[in-house]
Design a protein around this ligand. Structure first.
Ligand code: ADP
Ligand code: ASP
Ligand code: MG
Length: 410
């Protein structure tokens, strides 16, 4: 008998039929003798629908009220699934993030989990109940309702699994595992039986939204066995594990991309110490995450400073940069919102210098211009025009032969 935490994403609970079929799956797991804690997302589209409603009232809604609004999506699905479980004769109880005492910091819309109490959950489990918890939400130290960032139910599930020392945290979604790249963009993408925490972390941070990055961080830190599986089709899915368990170690394990990038350049900044900090500090103060920073010295005592932000933060960042531009007597601010980031990822890459060459040659052959490049030991990222994103992903997938199973004999 195992203790399992099962998370079902938005598509998996997208309508009443699907909620009923999730209930059947849980019934089968219970019948096998396991204890189950379920973590749910809102119905697919629901969170976006509510964001759009708020935007009809104001372009700049109160972050506190946004969190009060958005948490209702998960509150709906936990109640409906509990009812579906009752109809199948199971004892089940729904619980909000507040009721399980999932404590977070006070950063509305991007709160971090501080602690999860297990007492309430364990009491219900002891009585044979299925505990159905609302993902994506918690309560801050100042008793406010908070949310954990888009895709945050994954992180709720892993945090609860860590706190309960569950045998496995199973992320049920609309694909049957983690693939070499998003199978919706490259139909030849190959499902991986296993992927290391390190690679998954890199894939998630570079845009593979199959798992929220914080969920992978948490699972790695607390050693939670984490598996991605399909809600709709049987199979073992993908296990996220430490390197020693890994069967295959290809140079490149996958291609990740992020469509939501925007790029800004502050040109002609006086080239002297502290300038970079002066440019970035108002942006940091506004809680805007900055990525891919490049500074080019022009040789005339001036420098160009370029970085990327999430496309949603573009307007605000541009306004802040325009103020900095005046303050530092820089030349001007330029920006581009139609930018995407494509990255090749692999822990085997660090001692293979040919990876960058293959990547740049492949993009060049397709006529795709790279605006910016960033590298680490286990990834190379490039910025391209959004319109070339799909082409770039497919061309790179082919160039690195990712559709071929490296463990299969040729
Ligand atoms: P859920 O609503 O279940 O949380 P998400 O939409 O957040 O589901 O995540 C699943 C989606 O992630 C898939 O439908 C797929 O399009 C996308 N995805 C992106 N990269 C990958 C990848 N490397 N492997 C599998 N899925 C990926
Ligand atoms: N409902 C939230 C979202 O759409 C959280 C989640 O689904 O994980 O981002
Ligand atoms: Mg998700």
């Amino acid at each position: 008998m195992a203790l399992l935490v099962q998370k079902y994403g938005g598509t998996s609970v997208g309508n009443i039929e699907r909620i009923k079929s999730v209930a059947e799956k849980i019934k089968a797991t219970k019948a096998d003798g396991h204890d189950v804690v379920v973590v749910l997302s809102a119905m697919s589209g629901e969170t976006n629908r509510m964001i759009a409603l708020a935007k009809e009232i104001t372009a700049n809604p109160s972050p506190r009220e946004m969190d009060v609004l958005l948490t209702t999506g998960e509150q709906t699905t936990i109640a409906l699934l509990s009812m579906a479980l009752h109809s199948l004769g199971l004892d089940a109880v729904s619980m909000t993030g507040d009721q399980i005492r999932l404590k977070t910091d006070s950063c509305h819309s991007k709160a971090r989990i501080l602690d999860v109490e297990t007492k309430n959950i364990k009491e219900h489990l002891k009585l044979g109940r299925v505990v159905v918890v609302a993902g994506f939400q918690g309560r801050s130290e100042t008793n406010e309702i908070t949310t954990l960032g888009r895709g945050g139910s994954d992180t709720s599930a892993v945090a609860i699994a860590a706190a309960l020392k569950a045998d496995e945290c199973q992320i049920y979604t609309d694909v049957d595992g983690v693939y070499t790249t998003d199978p919706r963009v490259e139909p030849n993408a190959r499902r991986l039986d296993r992927i290391t925490f390190e690679e998954m972390l890199e894939m998630a941070s570079l845009g593979a939204k199959v798992l929220q990055i914080r969920s992978v961080e948490f699972a790695g830190k607390y050693n939670v066995p984490l598996r991605v599986l399909s809600s709709f089709k049987d199979g073992g899915g993908t296990l996220i594990c430490y390197e020693e368990n890994k069967m295959e170690s290809p140079v490149i394990s996958g291609i990740a991309f992020n469509r939501d990038e925007a790029r800004l350049t502050l040109s002609g900044v006086p080239d002297k110490p502290t300038v970079a900090a002066q440019i970035l500090s108002p942006i940091g103060d506004a809680n805007i995450d900055v990525d891919m920073i490049v500074q080019n010295t022009l040789g005339n005592g001036k420098t160009d400073f370029t970085f990327t932000v999430h496309r949603d933060d573009y307007e605000q960042t541009k306004e802040l940069l325009e103020k900095v531009c005046v303050l530092l007597h820089a030349d001007n601010v330029q920006g581009n919102k139609e930018i995407a980031k494509v990255s090749v990822v692999g822990v085997g890459m660090w001692n293979h210098p040919g990876v960058a060459k293959t990547m740049f040659e492949t993009l060049g052959q397709e006529g795709i211009n790279m605006h910016q490049i960033a590298t680490s030991e286990i990834k190379i990222s490039v910025l391209v025009d959004s319109k070339y994103l799909e082409l770039a992903v497919r061309a790179l997938h082919k160039a690195f032969k990712l559709a071929d199973d490296p463990t299969e004999e040729k």
